[in-house]
Design a protein. Structure first.
Length: 184
């Protein structure tokens, strides 16, 4: 997972979009702002991908405090896995996806394909567990993606490989950015 930057001049904010009334517009803006990737799994969101406007802190949903800073576009499956408000309370304190230090507190292990928290960072560790960022199947898919792209990387000049990857829009954005030094 990559830290998410929220834009104060987002169309969601400037247009005063509200959830759930403007859910479709909110979804479109969030997908665009997230570069077309699920905020949690980093799967590329294609036309056949089931996605949800996710309320990171589910206890805010339906309250006046629920707003743009709490909304992320995520895979429907991961939203369901994350669970209800009762589960939220079990993982406090928790690192917020917009924390400016996010990418230095949640570390990607290129050997295992997993994310983990820096030593003694309880908030980051809670986030990894809460969002299942260490899911073995997801980690395995990350490694397979890296292996496939490594094969191509060895065959192409870096600039050609970068163009190819950007057009391909593969899953696992931060994984690819970390390993191949490409900004997606």
């Amino acid at each position: 997972m990559k830290g998410v930057k929220k834009n104060r001049s987002s169309a969601i904010v400037t247009s005063g979009l509200k959830y759930p009334a403007d859910r479709t517009q909110i979804r479109q803006v969030l997908i665009s702002e997230q570069g077309g990737y699920c905020a949690y799994t980093e799967y590329y969101i294609g036309v056949a991908t089931a996605v949800d406007v996710e309320h990171f802190n589910p206890t805010l949903k339906g309250t006046p405090a629920d707003c743009y800073g709490n909304w992320f576009e995520v895979s429907h499956k991961w939203n369901l896995m994350k669970g209800a408000s009762s589960r939220w309370h079990d993982f406090q304190p928790i690192l917020h996806p917009t924390n400016p230090d996010f990418d230095s507190r949640i570390i990607f292990d290129t050997r295992t394909g997993t994310y983990f928290a820096k030593n003694d960072d309880n908030e980051a560790e809670n986030l990894v567990k809460y969002l299942f960022l260490d899911n073995p199947e997801l980690s395995s898919e990350r490694i397979k993606t890296l292996e496939n792209l490594s094969f191509l990387s060895d065959k192409l000049e870096h600039s050609d490989f970068e163009i190819f990857v950007k057009k391909l829009k593969p899953n696992f954005r931060r994984t690819i950015e970390t390993v191949f030094n490409i900004q997606l």
